[in-house]
Design a protein around this ligand. Structure first.
Ligand SMILES: C[S@@+](CC[C@H](N)C(=O)[O-])C[C@H]1O[C@@H](n2cnc3c(N)ncnc32)[C@H](O)[C@@H]1O
Length: 529
């Protein structure tokens, strides 16, 4: 990160809404207003502050987070009334502004609310579902909120670096910073991609959005100034920002370092692949239709697509699942082409007993049951997610025994060993960041070893559940060797397992005829008794 700061100082006033009424600061620059308030804090009184009159030492126009230092206690004998501007207002992320429900301003605020939640540690899909619940918007605006939130996540490092170059301190509250990052992601699309809106519309709507929200209406002039400055000085600001790895790659530094250490030749391609838009890839249900026939039905529906795996079809344009021909009827499922390697690697035969040990939401369970007539047990610790396995299998017209349980324990197991075990263990998901761009900002470096420890426990426990000559397929959607190859090698050594042919580490790739996430596959066979 560069230390160089611009001369323009755009400090948000960050006052609670109650403090803005009658404060006499209207039209002044925020910094001036704050300075003028200082002498009053030393005993001049406020004149007409309502409740605040009882606490004469409160500065009228001081910023919210400076107030604490200027509080003068009221005399003991009088009941002390709390000045309204002393109250710390909790962020109102669910506040529904009075804006047109299909406006870009509302979409920007919705995206900013979701992004601020991710910055507070929540996964983006969960954050978006809260926003959708709070904002009563049209499906079109929902789509826009989602699109802007995902764009913002993919460019957060770059946008935050640019913001750092244009403001003298981090915008408060965090949702204001998120609003600026959301607007910047629209003004500053990745190289070679078109801007989704006219620049002046984005600035106008970001300012309108800021003005309509009680937490940062005070900062609408700052929003306007920052975004206009970006447009004026774009070239030099971007050039300066790109000197930092954070802005260049849009990943935290530890992530960049880990990728570089693991893949000294490919790390740049790996990071770039994680920033690309993911394709919409389908798995054709071989029980229902041949791939060629399905491709024809897509063509008949006016949808361009190409085959990218034995049963994998990639649509040229992403569409809503409800619009995918045959989806509701179970002819196809949404599944990455790399994830479609699991079922064939298991070498399934009719009549086998198969365990899918970390099954939810059931992508691979469905593929297993489409491949052969097996008796499948699908286990997952998360009952809610396991419900989705049931939904997915129901749509496909297939069935499994669903068990909510810990695959690292035996209390649920009937003691009968399985012919095949799929262990698609929990991991950092570093190989699927193009689909989940929030993951990079949510994960911590220490998560890798914690998850590797958990998955080693699951794998060790599952091994006893495998028949002699049986096969266990170990899968992760991680790029980190600690969770994948190092784990596989240590497991084989611990259990004297035979390691069979499997792809190993697949790096994420998108291109003609080949397109998949970053996944890891290791296949083990138990020696005959
Ligand atoms: C990578 S996802 C599995 C994806 C799934 N196989 C599919 O193809 O749709 C990992 C799953 O492991 C589950 N999980 C985490 N810890 C577990 C445990 N101790 N036992 C069983 N499942 C666990 C999570 O709830 C999550 O659903």
């Amino acid at each position: 990160m560069t230390d160089k700061r611009p001369t323009l100082s755009l400090k948000p006033k960050a006052k609670p809404a109650s403090d803005r009424r009658g404060a006499g600061a209207a039209g002044r620059k925020p910094a001036q207003a704050a300075e003028r308030a200082q002498p009053r804090a030393q005993g001049q009184g406020q004149g007409s502050q309502g409740q605040g009159e009882r606490a004469p030492a409160q500065p009228a126009a001081a910023s919210g987070y400076q107030l604490k230092h200027h509080v003068v206690r009221a005399p003991r004998e009088e009941p002390r009334l709390r000045a309204s501007h002393e109250v710390k207002v909790a962020p109102q992320r669910d506040y529904k502004p009075d804006l047109k429900s299909d406006s870009l301003a509302l979409a920007l605020l919705g995206a900013a609310s979701a992004v601020a939640r991710v910055q507070g540690g929540m996964a983006l899909p969960q954050a978006l579902s809260i926003v959708f619940g709070a904002y009563d918007v049209t499906p079109q605006t929902r789509g826009a909120i989602q699109d802007i939130a995902y764009r913002t996540m993919r460019q957060l490092g770059r946008s935050e670096t640019l913001l750092g170059l244009m403001t003298s301190k981090a915008p408060e509250p965090p949702m204001l910073g998120a609003l600026l990052c959301a607007a910047l992601s629209l003004l500053d699309p990745p190289e070679g991609t078109p801007a989704p809106y006219e620049a002046f519309t984005v600035v106008d709507q970001a300012v309108t959005g800021a003005a309509a929200h009680p937490d940062f209406a005070h900062a609408k002039a700052m929003v306007n100034a920052v975004l206009r400055r970006f447009l004026r000085e774009r070239e030099s600001l971007v050039e300066e920002a790109l000197r930092t790895p954070l802005a260049r790659w849009n990943y935290p530094q530890w992530w960049i370092d880990t990728a570089r250490a693991a893949y000294p030749r490919d790390w740049e391609a790996v990071l770039a692949a994680g920033n690309a838009h993911p394709p919409l890839t389908l798995r054709v249900n071989r029980r229902r239709q041949e791939v060629a026939a399905y491709l024809q039905s897509l063509q008949d529906a006016g949808l361009d697509a190409e085959q990218v795996g034995p049963y994998a079809v990639r649509l040229a344009q992403a569409i809503n699942v409800s619009q995918i021909p045959g989806f509701a009827e179970g002819v196809v499922s949404v599944q990455d082409a790399g994830a479609q390697l699991a079922a064939p690697l298991l070498d399934l035969q009719d009549g086998m007993r198969v365990l899918d040990a970390c099954a939810a939401p059931g992508g691979k369970s469905g593929h297993i049951l489409e491949t052969a007539n097996v008796e499948l047990t699908a286990v997952d610790t998360d009952a809610l997610r396991l419900g989705r396995v049931g939904d997915n299998l129901g749509r496909l017209g297939l069935a499994a025994q669903l068990v909510t349980a810990d695959a690292g324990a035996t209390d649920w197991w009937d003691g009968r060993q399985y012919d095949r075990i799929l262990a698609d263990v929990p991991c950092t998901a570093s190989g699927i960041v193009r689909r989940h761009p929030d993951i990079r900002w949510l994960r911590r470096k220490s998560d890798t070893s914690q998850l590797a420890t958990l998955s080693a426990k699951i794998l060790d426990n599952l091994w006893q559940m495998l028949l002699p000559n049986g096969k266990l397929l170990f899968v992760t959607c991680s790029l980190w060797p600690q969770e994948s190859e190092a784990q596989a090698a240590a497991f084989a050594a611990r259990h004297d397992a035979v390691r069979l042919d499997a792809p190993g580490q697949l790096l994420p790739v998108g291109g003609a005829g080949q397109d998949h996430d970053g996944l890891f596959y290791a296949l083990f066979q138990k020696k005959a008794a």
